[in-house]
Design a protein around this ligand. Sequence first.
Ligand code: ZN
Length: 197
Amino acid sequence: MNFNVLVILFGSQTKAQEILLLLHDVKDVVRQGFYDEELLLVEQFCQEQHLFFVKSKFKVLLADDSDYSNKGLRIPLEDSRKGMFFVYFSKNEEKALLASYYELTENHQQLGLLLGYPNCCVAYFLQTFTPQNTDLELPPTNHYTNLSQRHQDAVLLSHFPCRSDCPASITLAQQYLKVLQEAEPGRADELLKRLCV
Ligand SMILES: [Zn+2]
């Protein structure tokens, strides 16, 4: 799989990276937001790669471009405003469907666990995230959990770590970086350069 093709299809380096990690079995389920016109090529790609693709039964008017939180206003499909769909990708159909179900029913705990986030970080999200407090980013202390460049398309994790030195988050990021170093060394080098503190 050519990484640059993935970047064009999915719309960013970070999204392409998550799909690569899914294809390499270090992620079970990936959730990303797309506008309607982006979905045709993404869906074709999923068919070719035997990935299950489940689209949310609602749209979201996002307050920012982050997939980290559920920040944003949920609107029905028939609403004419231009909202984003959440799409759940997995090699396992049940997991893709479950993720969409957990999101629909706002079961953030089960959704977070299914997306592979550590227990401690899911608990942190549940305790800390409110409509008034949507950005749970902490000051970076290491490149593994550094979220400071995520809006500039450079990040390893897709969740808010409970601490910058959360061991479970660092272990996950190390796994992701190892796969990237083997499959896409250019991207791995770029991430190291931009995320090291
Ligand atoms: Zn944690």
